[in-house]
Ligand binder design. Sequence first.
Ligand SMILES: *Cc1c(COP(=O)(O)O)cnc(C)c1O
Length: 377
Amino acid sequence: MNAPLPLLPFADPGAGYRALQGEIDAAVARALASGWYILGREGEAFEAEFAAWLGEGQHAVGCANGTDALMLILRGLGIGPGSTVVTVSHTAVATVAAIEMAGATPLLLDIEPGTYTMDPAELEAVLAAPPPGLPPIRAVIPVHLYGQAADLGRIAAACARAGVALIEDCAQCHGALWRGRKLGTFGAAAAFSLYPTKNLGALGDGGVLASADAALAARIGAIRQYGWRQRYVSDMVGVNSRLDEIQAAILRVKLRHLDAQNARRRAIAAAYDAALAGGGLTPPLRRPEAEHVFHLYVLRHPGREAIMARLKALGIGTGIHYPVPVHAQPAYAGRVALGPAACAETERAAREVFSLPMYPELTDAKVERVCAALRGL
Ligand SMILES: *Cc1c(COP(=O)(O)O)cnc(C)c1O
């Protein structure tokens, strides 16, 4: 009898390190030898390189994680107590946690079932007729989920019409495009998580935010370190949310490989698509205006538990993003405001979605193992 194949994990951040080990080890050694460990030359270089990679005229500010990046943007815009911030419930809980960390009130909308991103029609409705009892809406945070843009055309237009700030949650979409332009360049500012499993991941915690508004970026740069513009002088009330030099040095290496790694993710997605053709599962929808970077490759089926169990028996790991919508989590249930759609599609997606292994270090042989399993479903 054949020994069972080892489980092909759903994610493998260690493989991301090993693939670039020589370059990363050299970068870490350089940061260690510098004798300067927080907000120094590596961090400044990473911010400049990330801003240049993102687009012309962008300014980047490194910080401790993606949740803080969102919170810092809100604080930088002066959005806090007395403001409502609109986002979705089908997201990492971080998006909503950041709104509450800033002191603002979250209002959670439903998603479009095909792309799992903010329903623009519901956004237009709540901006035209805000739900009673909430403070005024000051910002909208669409989440570009799984590596693909939310409907930026309608969402950006609705924000502009209503005079509210558009803040992009780009934690899952480093390098993705909307009409040929990188996500993270469409609103007042954008927040990127650099958590190890993200498309651009540190080997620890990290975050970066970007804006074309130099004054906003400078203000946020001060807020991330006690409101200092000058050492030991707090011009404004700030926090401590800094990116360390070792992570910045690692991220500079990873950034140089990001575009190639995103291309590899797209090639893996195309292989999965082909393996699913003619079967009972539909490949993820691609928006014609968008280029997807496949942070996750997500399928849906009402009987997902049986499918995930069969894949597991074949040695294929899967994940669920996300099994419980934010508004149904114990800390938020009955307490956060929902839009008029009451998150019905969100709740259906939470019951049906599952994610296949997706990371650039998956070898052709491993991709073929997944494909063979998919063809047999
Ligand atoms: C990962 C993630 C975050 C938070 O990032 P952290 O770095 O873990 O704080 C925020 N929003 C979304 C959509 C995410 O996937």
